[in-house]
Ligand binder design. Structure first.
Ligand code: FDA
Length: 456
């Protein structure tokens, strides 16, 4: 099947679908080619043993205004994450404490040091433009130092730095804190408005979408109708100054003036470009890699922790599950806990049998919530690492020095080809909000380049 359109969009995640809808609204024709048998990419609401779970992106924070606008436009409603009652913290000795408020229940000197570090990081973040972090004062120096080392130079209190590094390493970039730079960490915080915002679970994990986040993509795709082609992984992009031909599985071929490659950056090299991409893209694409986290759901007949006065919120840099929350679905009587196992911890437990891994994860949940946590009715581990069309979670980030060396070129067009992803966004970086923003931005760039559409 050969299709002729103004623009071919590769990837039916939020980035690609927002861009495609914007292009259509401006009078252009599009074809969206999606590798999977579903739309939504890293947002995915699925039925697991009769229970609906959000396996990918789900939370919305108040600063994510582009996403909030989109939810309204699509007629989707939100609800608050359950957060009544005490949180649980486990310290480096394995001691469990219930607490309220934002400050971890640590000895006063360490708690004060954490507050000081958050304030210091906030001062740095205030100087970072998330759309141009490479222009930050002292960017080169901040990009050559790992986040861990930078924090250690700011403070001698190891427990304080271990707690602060968790907010960006395990919890956001899902890479060990020695593998990414201080500048990369500052970008993550700046994209959420401030570091204080990022460390505030009630802010950053504020709301969820009734029925699940994947509906954003499903509703955007429904508007495009037959112009979205599933099971159509793009294998080849043939391009020159006149246009592009996208060749996908299933005999689908799209001829277009422009192409938007809206797949996770580490997957750019899965596509053969004819002629090959320029040297700069060949190099820079190799410096963007996915983090890795397991999102674990444990579903119980009832949210038993609520009766014990617990909110479900739990943290520890020293536990296998470094953070966990009440993730009960809207309107359900069942209680659901969601926990996260990040980076090297995820590697380690994937080396175990499924049974041993489950036992280790439930041990960790039981440490936070008590023995009842060992007996879920449904237990599910997301495994984005084996998803061919994602290959990790949550998103991609640069290695040490990569932001300064390559960042300014990451969104540069190559002939008729453009690249966009939540992982290249400024505000909303690595989030659905960033996908909406960059989808809008890249659509505007394409519209500016295309000839005015004839009135159709
Ligand atoms: P995305 O990866 O979603 O879409 C790309 C699409 O391209 C996919 O559909 C893929 O199949 C397709 N594709 C790839 N190669 C192709 C090819 N060669 N041909 C055709 N198609 C191809 N965010 C948030 O805001 N709140 C949250 O709570 C979370 N939590 C979270 C948890 C987990 C487990 C994950 C994995 C992610 C999150 N996120 C999140 C991040 C958020 O989900 C993510 O940033 C966006 O959904 C990314 O949208 P994109 O469209 O940019 O990429």
């Amino acid at each position: 099947m050969t299709i002729e359109k103004d623009v071919v969009v590769i990837g039916a995640g939020v980035t690609g679908l927002i861009a495609a809808n914007r292009l259509v609204a401006e009078g252009h024709t599009v074809a969206v080619l999606e590798a999977r048998d579903r739309v939504g990419g890293r947002t995915w609401t699925n039925d697991i043993e009769g229970v609906t779970l959000e396996i990918g992106g789900q939370w919305v924070s108040p600063d994510q205004t582009a996403l909030l606008e989109t939810l309204v436009e699509l007629g989707l409603e939100t609800y608050d994450r359950y957060r009544e009652g005490s949180s649980v913290y486990i310290d480096q000795h394995g001691s469990r404490t219930e607490y309220t408020g934002d400050i971890f229940p640590l000895p006063e000197a360490t708690a004060t040091e954490i507050e000081r570090l958050v304030a210091v990081v906030d001062e740095y973040v205030a100087k970072v433009d998330p759309d141009r972090p490479w222009e930050t004062p002292d960017a080169a120096a901040l990009d050559e130092l790992s986040f861990r080392e930078w924090l250690r130079r700011l403070s001698d209190d190891r427990v304080a730095t271990e707690n602060v590094e968790l907010f960006i390493a395990g919890a956001m970039l899902t890479k060990p804190a020695h593998t990414f730079s201080a500048l990369q960490a500052l970008l993550m915080a700046a994209s959420a408005g401030s570091f204080s915002n990022l460390v505030d679970a009630d802010f950053i994990l504020d709301k969820r979408v009734v029925g699940g986040m994947q509906q954003v993509s499903e509703r955007l795709a429904a508007k495009l109708g037959d112009d979205v082609h599933l099971n159509a992984p793009v294998r080849t992009l043939r391009w020159d100054d006149e246009g592009v031909v996208a060749i996908a599985d299933g005999g689908v071929e799209v001829r277009a003036r422009q192409a938007l490659v809206a797949v996770p950056p580490p997957l750019y090299s899965r596509i053969s470009y004819e002629p090959p991409l320029p040297r700069r893209q060949h190099q820079l694409h190799q410096h963007l890699s996915m983090g890795f986290v397991i999102k674990v759901h444990a579903v119980y007949d009832r949210p038993f922790w609520r009766g014990a006065g617990l909110s479900g919120t739990a943290f520890s840099p020293y536990e296998l599950v470094h953070e966990a929350y009440d993730n009960s679905m809207h309107g359900s009587e069942q209680g659901t806990l969601v926990g996260f196992v990040s980076d090297q911890h995820a590697d380690d437990v994937f080396a175990l049998s499924a049974e041993d891994r489950k036992a280790r994860v439930l041990d960790s949940l039981a440490h936070y919530y008590g023995d009842e946590a060992r007996r879920p009715v449904v237990y599910y581990e997301s495994d984005w690492g084996t998803e061919e069309w994602t290959r990790g979670a949550y998103a991609a980030s640069f290695d040490l020095g990569g932001l300064v060396r390559y960042g300014a070129d990451q969104r540069a067009a190559v002939g008729p080809l453009r690249f966009a992803s939540s992982d290249l966004a400024g505000h909303g970086y690595q989030h659905v909000d960033g996908a909406v923003r960059i989808g809008r931005e890249v659509a505007a760039e394409i519209v500016a380049d295309l000839p005015q559409p004839a009135v159709r």
